[in-house]
Ligand binder design. Structure first.
Ligand SMILES: CC(C)(COP(=O)(O)OP(=O)(O)OC[C@H]1O[C@@H](n2cnc3c(N)ncnc32)[C@H](O)[C@@H]1OP(=O)(O)O)[C@@H](O)C(=O)NCCC(=O)NCCS
Length: 158
């Protein structure tokens, strides 16, 4: 498995994984992925297996500690020392093989090395323990109404 920064040519596969992993309301679209690659290329990471994109994780610097819904949109936001994780998805064919874990460890190590103070994300209830394995702590129910789902705020302070 090769973990690397995304390129323009990866975006259609990243988008296909996203569409098959989330509801229509929750999923990003190709314009969002283009925006994220153009604006936060350092934090748009893919896992490649035998030349195929198997998953992606996307971060975005923010100036507040917890994510609010604007961070999922193509909106300009101030730089900051917290890294929001705004996407994580693995292709159904490659799940439960450690792809998600490898991508999360990669982005967290890079964030720490780049001087970020913390990282946060919003997740569904069944993934609280999964993110706990990487050191994220549950803050509580999120104000996020992204895609009409119920989300929980999690944060890791480096
Ligand atoms: C959540 C998600 C990204 C995890 O990706 P993944 O690549 O399957 O993640 P991992 O392989 O690192 O870990 C998944 C599970 O497989 C287990 N696992 C890892 N390697 C394994 C292996 N070789 N054999 C068996 N199980 C393994 C892990 O322990 C983990 O178990 P847990 O969920 O009980 O803790 C993936 O399920 C997904 O894309 N879901 C849909 C989108 C989504 O919900 N994204 C998160 C939004 S907050």
């Amino acid at each position: 498995m090769n973990i690397r920064r995304a390129k323009e040519k990866d975006l259609y596969k990243v988008n296909a994984i996203e569409q098959s992993s989330f509801t229509v309301e929750e999923a990003g679209d190709i314009d969002k992925f283009k925006y994220r690659l153009a604006n936060f290329p350092m934090w748009f990471i893919v896992a490649e297996i035998e030349g195929e994109v198997a998953g992606a994780v996307i971060g975005r610097p923010m100036s507040q500690r917890l994510i609010t819904d604007g961070y999922y949109e193509n909106e300009d936001a101030p730089e900051g020392d917290a890294l929001a994780i705004i996407n994580l998805a693995t292709d159904g064919m490659y799940r439960r093989k450690g792809v998600g874990e490898a991508m999360m460890k990669y982005i967290l190590k890079a964030a720490k090395e780049s001087g970020f103070a913390s990282s946060s994300l919003c997740c569904k209830e069944h993934l609280i323990d999964y993110y706990g394995k990487f050191g994220y702590q549950l803050i509580g129910p999120s104000k996020s109404e992204h895609g009409g789902a119920k989300w929980y705020d999690m944060e890791i302070v480096f």
